[in-house]
Design a protein around this ligand. Structure first.
Ligand code: CP
Length: 311
């Protein structure tokens, strides 16, 4: 297995790398899964969180993860940066962050540049971690979601997965498509307002599109709810007009497997894509995803640190 130098996408990530990261993340879980074990594997390293789009979970989880590995952490603040009023470009901001000594840059952006272009403007020694890119990729979320499923279900063989909501704009759905294809999920059904559900997801994953939400959820082992991304709809919310027909409520959960996992990468909009009683209910894994997100980000940074030291 090759060493990880950057984490840009789950496209083409080998199955062994998933298993390696799942194993590392398991090792970083604290007693009872409530906290994370601390180590010193990144002592002396600087991690910069460069978020050009808002975030709660990803940014904080990477910060907690990096500190738990002994790294120093600095958070770039977009609103007080020289991108405002002074027109500094995205690329020059990244060059500046690297020149300030970042060993790792966790980058969230709207898709300003493809990953290959980003690597060209950064020093070779800098590790780049995709913290969410436009509607294209959110690999650390895909990894933590897949690991959360693996922990609960023991594997992916025969697993029936239903994904609901705004699939068109979801970077999580695209990263999960790659993960589910590589890990061998049984079936994936997508459902949502017709204009927000593409005919296929990326990768080799075969998905079934079903606009009948009750049929789409029937017998599901995992339901993944996705937020409607109004900020990416160009000012017209027409495509999301019938979003309430696709809400995951208790009636829909009752149609799924009795052991169904209800998941959501967050942020959640209660009463829109998910009913509050489901979000807070016994089948909800939403806060487990958040907790697991710290150990998975530790696993990612730890593996990248190893790759960096070996280079
Ligand atoms: N799931 C996710 O990416 O959440 P944040 O936008 O809060 O990071």
């Amino acid at each position: 297995m090759g060493r990880l130098r950057h984490l840009l996408t789950l496209r083409g990530l080998p199955r062994e790398t998933y298993q390696d990261l799942f194993g590392r993340a398991e090792g970083f879980m604290g007693p009872g899964g409530s906290s994370v074990a601390r180590t010193e594997s990144l002592r002396g390293s600087l991690v910069v969180n460069a978020f050009f789009e808002p975030s709660t979970r990803t940014r904080l989880a990477f910060e907690i993860a990096a500190r738990s590995l002994g790294a120093d952490v600095v958070n770039f603040d977009l609103l007080s940066s020289a991108t405002q009023f002074k027109s500094e470009s995205f690329e020059d901001t990244l060059r500046t962050i690297a020149a300030l000594g970042a060993d790792f840059i966790v980058l969230r952006h709207g898709g300003e540049m493809p990953a290959e272009g980003l690597l060209e403007i950064l020093p070779k020694a800098t590790c780049l971690v995709n913290g969410g890119e436009g509607s294209d990729d959110h690999p650390s979320q895909g990894l933590l979601d897949a690991w959360t499923i693996q922990r609960e279900k023991g594997g992916f063989d025969g697993l029936r997965i239903a994904i609901f909501g705004d699939i068109l704009h979801s970077r999580v759905a695209r990263s999960l498509a790659h993960a589910f294809a590589t890990l061998g999920a049984g079936s994936v059904t997508v459902s949502g307002p017709p204009k927000l559900v593409p005919e296929s997801l990326e990768g080799q994953l075969k998905v079934t599109v079903d606009h009948d939400p009750d049929r789409a959820v029937a017998g599901a082992d995992v339901i993944i709810c996705l937020r409607f991304q109004y900020e990416r709809m160009g000012g017209s919310y027409e495509a999301a007009r019938d979003r309430h027909n696709y809400t995951i409520d208790e009636g829909r959960v009752a149609l799924a497997s009795p052991e169904v996992m209800v998941m959501h990468p967050g942020p959640i909009n209660r009463g829109v894509e998910i009913a509050p009683e489901v979000a807070d209910g016994p089948r909800s894994f939403i806060l487990s995803q958040v907790r697991n997100g710290v150990a998975m980000r530790m696993a990612i940074l730890d593996a990248l640190g190893e790759g960096r030291r070996a280079a």
